[in-house]
Design a protein around this ligand. Structure first.
Ligand SMILES: *Cc1c(COP(=O)(O)O)cnc(C)c1O
Length: 393
């Protein structure tokens, strides 16, 4: 067989729900020569990675490491390590990712108690309290911090306290929130938390940072049965990350180099300035969209900085606009999912992609494309409004 031509990716501005654009330093790290996964130099990199992840998660948890697969594996790892058949779990569902958690809970053979809210809205703590009252012995309360499918930003502290009050573990999806807005694992009493590399950490997809509190580790230790997943069994993965360095699976070495560099970039910038950057760019995008009659679809007061769910104006062809942004401007934005399909666009401003340049590019492209799609705009209105928002800070 003749080999196909070399792959030459088109240049893209990645403003979808992930992956986000990757810093050149991280791309260079991917090309670093390989060492063995038990090489002393690699073991040192693992220790530094853990220390940096502890800082980014704002935790002292000893069990903090990246799972060797994308964010979904972090989700699955949390549930399969904490739940056993017959356990009860409360899962909050207001979008795609809560639904996935519920699916995994059932696959674990646990009893599922759902707490639901309409897509785009946040979960009401009173509904969690009511669900807990219906449980005999709830083991886990699970929730998504940043619902990437809807743009809703879930407050966590009150729900965390409800979980703690009944002795349940508090499990949080921070895939899109980590490094884009505050995530305070220890302060918010989160027992199990996972993220992904390709959202606000701006690393290619492939690793899922995870952290377990001492309480969660205790539950893991006291399991009656082995963890159902061999690959995601944290007792064995931890043995490789701990003093013993017992081989479990070969670490994805190049991805670890990339995450190490991505975390160094986060620390160089500082967590708080990084969150502030995400806030400023969101405010400017929102002001620009508003000036051309495009509103944010998620609940007012709970709109994510890093994922903007934008209502598509009546009569505008969702897919045609996204196609033109991609083909003519090299800009990728996301489509709506589930009940929001055809009703929203998802404009991500995550990590490296969260910049004034991104905001002006996408607003300009929309100003150009929307009139021909049937939604008239005042040329330059969005750009001026964004500029004014930046001037106000
Ligand atoms: C992207 C995402 C995931 C899944 O991560 P993958 O890297 O696609 O496996 C899970 N939860 C949320 C909230 C996400 O945004």
């Amino acid at each position: 067989m003749q080999p196909p031509p070399a792959f030459e990716p088109p240049a893209r501005l990645l403003l979808g729900p992930g992956p986000s654009n990757v810093h050149p330093r991280v791309l260079r790290a991917l090309g670093t020569p390989i060492v063995g996964h038990l090489d002393p130099a690699y073991l040192k990199l693992m220790d530094e990675t853990r220390r940096m992840l502890q800082h980014v998660f704002q935790t002292k948890n000893e069990l903090t490491l990246p799972i060797s697969a994308t964010g979904s594996a972090g989700m699955e790892a949390c549930f399969v390590n904490l739940l056993e058949p017959g356990d009860e779990a409360v899962v909050c569902i207001n979008g795609v990712f809560g639904n996935r958690m519920a699916d995994i809970v059932e696959r674990c053979g646990a009893t599922l108690h759902k707490v639901e809210a309409p897509w785009g809205q946040i979960i009401d703590p009173a509904d969690v309290e009511a669900a807990l009252a219906r449980c005999k012995n709830p083991k886990v309360v699970a929730i998504v911090h940043a619902e990437t499918s809807t743009g809703a930003w879930q407050p966590l502290e009150e729900i965390g306290s409800l979980a703690q009050a009944v002795g349940a573990l508090f499990l949080v999806d921070a895939v899109t929130s980590l490094a884009g807005c505050p995530v305070r694992v220890d302060e918010w009493q989160i027992d199990a938390c996972y993220s992904g590399t390709q959202k606000c950490l701006s690393c290619p997809p492939g690793l899922s940072p995870l952290t377990f509190s001492p309480r969660a580790v205790e539950v893991l230790r006291k399991r009656a049965r082995k963890v159902q997943s061999w690959y995601l069994d944290l007792t064995m993965i931890q043995a490789y990350w701990g003093e013993e360095r017992v081989y479990h699976h070969t670490a994805p070495i190049s991805m670890s180099f990339a995450l190490y560099e991505a975390l160094r970039l986060v620390l160089e910038e500082g967590l708080e300035p990084r969150w502030e950057r995400h806030r400023r760019n969101h405010e400017a995008l929102k002001a620009g969209l508003d000036a051309i009659g495009l509103g944010i679809a998620s609940q007012a007061g709970h709109q994510l900085w890093q994922l903007n769910s934008v209502s598509i104006p009546a009569g505008v062809d969702d897919a045609a606009v996204r196609r033109r942004l991609l083909n003519e401007f090299g800009i990728e934005i996301g489509a709506g999912l589930g009940p929001l399909k055809g009703k929203t666009w998802r404009i991500g401003l995550m990590g490296e992609s969260s910049s004034a340049a991104s905001v002006f590019c996408v607003l300009h492209a929309l100003e150009r494309v929307l009139p021909e799609a049937g939604h008239g705009v005042d040329p330059g209105a969005a750009l001026s409004a964004a500029q004014r928002a930046y001037a106000q800070g």
